[in-house]
Design a protein around this ligand. Structure first.
Ligand code: CU
Length: 124
């Protein structure tokens, strides 16, 4: 009896924490990207990989050269997937920002920016 009461009292703060954390944990998030945010690359990447914590729809991905034009990316079908790999055209050295947006299964839109730098063109 005493033991059971102690367990219940200890479980209460955990339950409150879980209730507070639930809304934030409900929507999808970016777990990993390649290139990573703030990456400094010797050579231009040939693709961008986005890995999410669950299946989500990548509804937008835009790539800009900082102080430059938007770089056109290949068209792709929007699907539900835990990761996406997007082929890139040849990129020059410089600073870039990849802006992504996903639609979570819970209906929330989540987005972010991955800034990265390319140092060289690595042409033979
Ligand atoms: Cu959500």
């Amino acid at each position: 009896m005493t033991l059971r009461r102690a367990v219940c009292v200890n479980a209460l703060p955990l339950l409150i924490l879980a209730a507070v954390a639930a809304p934030a944990a409900a929507h999808s998030e970016l777990r990993l990207s390649v290139p990573a945010a703030e990456a400094v690359l010797d050579c231009p990447p040939e693709e961008i990989e986005l890995h999410f914590n669950e299946k989500a729809q990548l509804t937008a991905l835009r790539l800009h050269q900082v102080d430059g034009a938007e770089i056109e990316l290949p068209r792709r079908a929007i699907r539900e997937a835990a990761s996406e790999t997007i082929a890139l055209p040849p990129l020059p050295p410089g600073d870039f920002r990849a802006e992504w947006r996903i639609l979570s299964p819970d209906g929330h839109v989540v987005g972010g920016v991955i800034p990265f730098r390319i140092l060289g063109d690595c042409q033979p």
